[in-house]
Write a protein that binds this ligand. Sequence first.
Ligand code: KIV
Length: 273
Amino acid sequence: MSASKFIDTKRITVHTLQEMKNIGEKISMLTAYDFSLAKIVDAAGIDIILVGDSASNVIAGHETTLPITLDQMIYHASSVIRAVKRCLVVVDLPFGSYQGNSKLALASAIRIMKESGAHAVKLEGGEEVAESIERILKAGIPVMGHLGLIPQSIYKFGTYTVRAKEEAEADELLKNAKLLQELGCFGIVIEKIPSELGKKVAEIVDIPIIGIGGGPHVDGQVLVLHDMLGITKDFSPRFLRRYLDLFDEIKGAVENYVSDVKSKDFPNEKEAY
Ligand code: KIV
């Protein structure tokens, strides 16, 4: 594990993350959706687990993040919460649980906090969700923003290509980042934008900026766990670094098991009662 000034910190909070940004220590964040993997990720010293609505893709096999429900997010979040001892757990508000109705947004955020025991929520967008963010924050629930490529709006964008390459969209993103800070968000995820813009965002706001395809100059990095472990084999965006090739490793192990069962090699005497 690399040196962290917070190695002895028993619980990562939103304040720890702010301290990390203040002293220039990068923040590590990964997704997790279940007890067993969350336990490993937390034990490895991650700062934040995001129970992302990417569960819709990597757990449920949907093409987009839109179908996942609030009940399903709460199920995943509860499983993760039961596993972690140290990291901060942030849970995505799913599509349809906050857009256009700040009372609904608050009710959804309260359900996540109350029923799963999560520590914070994340939602996508800027000015258009400002009222929802304000209302959730007023209830004492920490909120993380998400700008740039926002997958819940994929049908508006049309593609998953890099966002904010043009000046107008970049300016809007910077404006929204400032707004999210003013509203009181404790951090912002920025997804798939040019590195130079990522750098600018991290400079113009004081709160932590966590990038996924946002370049090296932001305050921390997030990846989808199944992508960085190589479980999802057919997803290879430029920003992804794979640390394992678990698809092939697991496939190999299962092939060996099938072969051992078929050949009657398993179970042997020692493996039987
Ligand atoms: O749902 C998710 O996994 C996310 C990350 C891409 C940041 O929002």
